[in-house]
Design a protein around this ligand. Structure first.
Ligand code: ATP
Length: 243
């Protein structure tokens, strides 16, 4: 059986007096793509932020590679091998595409050395040829889909054991959104990168995922294989537009 890479246990979170997550349990095994579905405001982003150290859990635990990382700050969590691509990507719009990619590898530069990182950037260009074509362009001049590719490429340059993606298809045309999710699948198949994916686009997300969780107003409502979740009547009526 594959090793558990991420374990969330009985996690509670709040913003001031407002309770947002209530006793969340979730597991991701090495090499899996797991998606987290749920309506607007269900608490998906808050859960990702608790996992990667951007929001403090009120109660409960987050374990990453068998180490307790609850309340460990985000910059330390990155060094432990967790990369986070936040909602709306947050690339550096006034830096070139190539400089954005370098930033993803900056904390590894001393250890890995420049030639090795250049080779890795080349691998990213092989997967995203449009980024090679535009490598001297400012990040902010790219289209939404290209910016998402850049954000994923930058995250991969930190050589993550676990990649957290928050709504990678947000604001993209349906075909581009589908392509981005297919690329996530290809990256896992080729490099074995484990992925926890937050999505509102349930159909596209389930098509590339192995397992899924459904969050409903801060509590975990369902979990199962992607196929089980896609066939669940509650999910079909609430998220897949089927009666
Ligand atoms: P979306 O798909 O809209 O991003 P989500 O499932 O990711 O939704 P969250 O963004 O985690 O949900 O928000 C969960 C709840 O917490 C919502 O009710 C939201 O209004 C509230 N919330 C989120 N961020 C804050 C904040 N910084 N301060 C106060 N309340 C917040």
């Amino acid at each position: 059986m594959a090793k558990t890479i991420l374990k969330v246990q009985d996690l509670f979170a709040r913003y001031g007096p407002v309770r947002v997550l209530h006793g969340i349990n979730l597991r991701v095994s090495e090499g899996e793509i797991v998606c987290l579905l749920g309506a607007n405001g269900a608490g998906k982003t808050t859960l990702l932020n608790c996992i990667c150290g951007l929001h403090p859990a009120k109660e409960g635990h987050v374990e990453f590679c068998e180490e307790d990382i609850t309340l460990v700050p985000a910059e330390t969590v990155v060094r432990k091998g967790m990369a986070h691509v936040p909602e709306r990507r947050q690339i550096f719009s006034t830096l070139s595409v190539e400089d954005n990619l370098w930033l993803g590898a900056s904390h590894r530069l001393r250890e890995a050395g420049k030639p090795a990182i250049l080779k890795e950037i080349d691998q990213i260009y092989e997967r995203f040829p449009i980024l090679r074509d535009r490598k001297r362009q400012m990040g902010g001049t790219l289209s939404g889909g290209q910016q998402q590719m850049l954000a994923i490429g930058r995250a991969l340059l930190s050589r993550p054991k676990l990649l957290l993606l928050d709504e990678p298809s947000l604001g993209l045309a349906p075909l581009i959104a589908k392509e981005i999710l297919q690329i996530v699948r290809e990256i896992r198949d080729k490099w074995g990168t484990t992925v926890l994916l937050v999505e509102q686009n349930a159909i596209a997300a389930l098509a590339v995922s192995d397992r899924a969780y459904v969050l409903h107003t801060g509590a975990m409502m369902l979990e199962g294989t992607a196929r089980e979740i896609a066939n669940d009547p509650r999910v079909q009526s609430a998220y897949l537009g089927k009666a």
